[in-house]
Design a protein. Structure first.
Length: 190
């Protein structure tokens, strides 16, 4: 039975979470050359613990990508309760773009190693799509987003902006200007 198929004990879940958090910090500090030993040291666990959860660097990096997207999706219920549905929709859009920019190097390493990043992200990708759709509908109901913007167009815009941000490693000022133009196009015509 695989690790995903059986539930982890509480201590194993804590260790896995610590490893993912440490791996993200080490990756930010050392880049894609980060070693599993450095991750273990940062997490305060043995190297065996790392390899028990993540047999390769690629599986660890893939888990980082998935965990980051899952954290974004975790905030959706609160965003759905936000008074300003337009701000919630545009804020979530911005968070996804920021995440894509930060995680580009990890995705590149996985692709170079022959890992199908999209396959590993399919479940969380469905959750992101559902979140965008829910937030879009709420924003439209409040009149903050134009009625003729549908989920395929919203996802196409999101994908295009993420790709541009990833490829060009946008600085915050450029990101804000580009998102301002995109968001203006999403708002109702006056």
């Amino acid at each position: 039975m695989s690790e995903e198929a059986k539930p982890l004990r509480a201590d194993a879940r804590r260790n896995r979470a610590r490893v993912l958090e440490a791996a993200e910090a080490v990756l930010a500090r050392d880049g894609v050359a980060a070693s599993m030993r450095a991750v273990a040291q940062e997490a305060g666990v043995g190297l065996g613990t790392i390899y028990r959860h993540f047999p390769t660097r690629e599986t660890l990096y893939e888990a980082i990508l998935v965990a980051r997207m899952e954290r974004l999706v975790e905030h959706v219920p609160a965003l759905c309760e936000a008074e300003d549905a337009g701000a919630a929709f545009f804020g979530f859009f911005t968070d996804i773009v920021d995440n894509a920019t930060r995680m580009r190097a990890v995705a590149d390493v996985l692709s170079d190693a022959g890992v199908d990043v999209k396959a590993g992200m399919s479940t969380v990708g469905s959750a992101v799509r559902a979140a965008v759709e829910t937030l879009l509908v709420r924003a439209q109901e409040q009149g903050a987003v134009r009625e003729d913007l549908r989920i395929p167009e919203a996802l196409a815009l999101l994908g295009a902006v993420c790709m541009a941000a990833e490829r060009n490693q946008w600085e915050a000022e450029l990101r804000d200007r580009v998102l301002g133009v995109v968001f203006d196009g999403c708002r109702p015509r006056r």
